[in-house]
Design a binder for this molecule. Structure first.
Ligand SMILES: [Zn+2]
Ligand SMILES: [Zn+2]
Length: 183
């Protein structure tokens, strides 16, 4: 992505993120700027499939901008979480093996408005530190067989099945099965 992206293009992308997220906020701006920075560093552009992976260290507003801009989405399995509660995003490019971690630099602000302006309008190079990733690149999303739960009769992916007395149970039935002793 062009380093000197023109203001109109950036504004257009911001509108897209805001529409997806439902409101405009500082958290969204963090994910927005982190994604623009990531796309610049990766040079490969937005992910159509699983070639790009994001491991986010929080599940806050910014994650929605990451999904819109980078194409790392919950549904494709290339958006994952490693919850440290930090405003940090790890990106991995499978082909090149390149990876980096963007972490928001600490800043001082006296109000929400000032904080928002800082996050939304600063140059993203000044907002984040670029560091090596600490977590290994996760494996590709696997496709699992479906298994019918012996409790409720509903189908679920086999990696979610629990065995109890030889019965194959989904997570909901396994919990119910576990509780009668408490009654
Ligand atoms: Zn928000
Ligand atoms: Zn069940």
């Amino acid at each position: 992505m062009d380093v000197n992206m023109d203001v109109n293009k950036e504004e257009m992308l911001w509108e897209k993120c805001a529409a997806f997220h439902g409101h405009v906020c500082g958290g969204l701006a963090i994910g927005f700027k982190a994604s623009l920075y990531a796309l610049e560093l990766l040079c490969a552009g937005r992910a159509e499939d699983e070639e790009l992976v994001c491991v986010s260290e929080n599940d806050a507003c910014g994650v929605d901008a990451v999904q819109v801009l980078t194409g790392c989405t919950a549904g494709k399995g290339n958006l994952l979480f490693h919850m440290t509660g930090k405003q940090a995003f790890n990106f991995y490019e499978r082909k090149s093996g390149r990876s980096f971690r963007l972490i928001l630099r600490p800043y001082q602000s006296s109000s929400r408005e000032e904080s928002f302006r800082h996050l939304r309008y600063s140059d993203y190079h000044d907002l984040f530190d670029v560091m090596p990733t600490k977590i290994e690149l996760p494996e590709m999303a696997r496709i699992f067989q479906s298994v019918v739960c012996d409790g409720c009769g509903e189908k679920t992916a086999e990696n979610h099945i629990h065995l109890e007395n030889g019965k194959k149970l989904c997570p909901d039935c396994f919990q119910r099965y576990d509780r009668p002793l408490l009654l």
